[in-house]
Design a protein around this ligand. Structure first.
Ligand SMILES: [Zn+2]
Ligand SMILES: [Zn+2]
Ligand SMILES: [Zn+2]
Length: 165
């Protein structure tokens, strides 16, 4: 965690930004909740626990800055809410998401898997791919097995859920 914060600090410094205590608190919340897909408001509520004086506008500006510096990615799962997702270090492209239409859980696929598709797009459309967003909608393995699991096990973590229409 401290090493990643150091690296993020260096990324900020290289663009002449400082890792102020408010920015650091925001980065820590993102690192601590790396599995989740938090909205600006979710991040704000968690940062407030560490830094009660912080305002939503400051958190929002920090998230936008981190997005600009490609430290976080912004994603929308179709519920109209922008969510902030830490970019995996060293990943050339954004990871993929599996959104369950029954329980709303979001799982991640870190492998790009799109090598062949990207080749076709680059060749046939003469398009230089920089990044992509890929969200699969379907029924997760937990919901498929819901009958065999106990109630407690099939309840996903609330914060990782999105409302899907
Ligand atoms: Zn993600
Ligand atoms: Zn890719
Ligand atoms: Zn599910």
């Amino acid at each position: 965690m401290e090493q990643r914060i150091d690296r993020i600090k260096n990324q900020l410094h290289s663009k002449s930004y400082k890792l102020t205590p408010q920015r650091e608190a925001t980065v820590r919340v993102l690192l601590e909740n790396e599995e989740d897909h938090l909205s600006a408001e979710d991040v704000y509520l968690l940062v407030k626990e560490k830094a009660p004086e912080i305002g939503l506008a400051t958190v929002y500006r920090t998230l936008e800055l981190l997005n600009e510096l490609e430290i976080v990615d912004k994603i929308n799962f179709g519920d109209g809410v922008s969510r902030y997702d830490l970019r995996k270090e060293g990943a050339a492209h954004f990871h993929h998401h599996l959104v369950c239409i029954e329980c709303g859980t979001v799982d991640e696929i870190q492998d790009d898997l799109l090598g062949e598709v990207e080749k076709v797009v680059e060749k046939d459309w003469n398009f230089k791919i920089k990044d992509h967003r890929l969200t699969f909608h379907g029924v997760c393995h937990r919901c498929q097995n819901a009958g065999e699991e106990s109630e407690a096990e099939k309840k996903p973590k609330k914060r990782n859920q999105v409302k899907v229409r």
